[in-house]
Design a protein around this ligand. Structure first.
Ligand code: TK8
Length: 351
């Protein structure tokens, strides 16, 4: 029950606080206060409401806290960062819309929902695209990755950095998945992304798109048999309570994109824009490191919590790649082969 109780209580509290400009963690509410708690003179600081879907234990939230620390320090409190976790401000898609409307300033979604705003981002969710997180770093932090971030501006969004969600792995409550065949008939929750849906359909599964904020309850109630996420999320969100089997499918490397509302970014001074941009990159490097350090531990923890772990052989992984290749080809066509080729050659060059 650890997941449900906390997010419900936190959710309702956060909405209340966000509305009146505070948050559930230790941040200020836009007024500077001294240790005695007395509000000193009202400082006209700018407030960043930064929201994510994952909980406060996740390296993504630790990264957000690092971003807060760097921005508040380097602007000497001229910019205050309020951080919200566990979908308190909404899910990836609704928070991106809030950034477009200017009712929120920062969010860090996975690339999959971003593809609904900028279709080219689908390339980053091609199954089995990145051979390693190191290669992903080089491509994303390089010219190619920057080119994709620039595409967000037309959507009134400013992409400042790539953070790491990680290699996604399948869990379910029904059966151990060791072969491509074992996907057949499983009802799998996917992110809200057509390519994901079609890829799982091509594997014979029965995929259903759903916001992350609804996933735990859907597994608990058996609306879905399974889902796929990196080990950090599977462990820290408490999925061993509602899932029995985990397999190292490693089928997609999911980047996160740290993004800001363009309206807010444009309202900053040049110096402030530099500070938030650098802080997003530095906090991102810190977040990636935390995420990678813990990954193996989380898998061991899941097994300690009673989940069965199944290794996928290279032969079966090949069968999975063959099954989804027609979907990749179709989306490469949709996105434009030049864009896709650019990413493939950057991956080649990075190896
Ligand atoms: C959290 C999501 C999550 C993603 C998903 O907001 O939806 O499964 O992997 O991390 O971005």
């Amino acid at each position: 029950m650890k997941k449900l109780m906390s997010s419900f209580l936190i959710g309702s509290m956060a909405v209340l606080l966000a509305a009146c400009g505070g948050s559930d963690s230790t941040q200020g509410n836009g007024s500077a206060s001294n240790e005695g708690g007395e509000a000193t003179e009202q400082v006209d600081s700018k407030t960043i409401r930064a929201g994510i879907g994952l909980n406060s234990e996740h390296p993504q939230y630790k990264g957000l806290e690092k971003f807060k620390e760097l921005v508040e320090e380097r602007t000497e409190g001229a910019i205050v960062v309020e951080t919200y976790h566990s979908g308190q401000l909404g899910d990836d898609r609704s928070m991106m819309e809030a950034l477009q409307l200017g009712t929120q300033e920062v969010t860090v979604p996975s690339t999959a929902p971003i593809a609904n705003f900028v279709s080219e981002f689908s390339v980053f969710d091609f199954p089995f695209l990145f051979p390693s997180s190191e290669v992903a770093d080089q491509v994303l932090d390089g010219e190619v990755g920057q080119g994709f971030l620039d595409r967000l501006e037309d959507q009134s969004l400013v992409g400042l950095a790539y953070w790491e969600n990680g290699f996604r792995n399948l869990t379910n409550s029904k059966q151990a998945v060791a072969t491509a065949e074992d996907f057949k008939g499983l009802t799998i929750r996917t992110m809200e992304n057509d390519l994901h849906l079609e890829a799982f359909r091509a594997l014979g599964a029965n995929p259903t798109p759903m916001a992350f904020t609804e996933l735990f309850t859907a597994m608990q109630q058996g609306t879905v048999d399974g889902q796929e996420n990196p080990y950090a999320t599977i462990y820290l969100e408490g999925y061993s309570e509602v899932q029995k089997h985990v397999s190292n499918t490693n089928h997609i490397y999911s980047p996160f994109v740290f993004m800001m509302s363009k309206t807010f970014f444009d309202s900053l001074t040049e110096e402030e824009q530099e500070i938030v941009s650098e802080a997003a990159l530095e906090a991102g490097a810190y977040q990636r490191e935390l995420n990678r350090e813990a990954n193996e531990t989380y898998l061991a923890n899941l097994q300690e919590e009673g989940m069965t772990y199944t290794e996928i052989s290279e032969e079966e992984r090949q069968k999975m790649i063959e099954a989804v290749q027609p979907i990749i080809d179709k989306y490469a066509e949709n996105i434009g082969t030049d864009v896709v080729e650019e990413v493939y050659s950057a991956i080649e060059a990075a190896q």
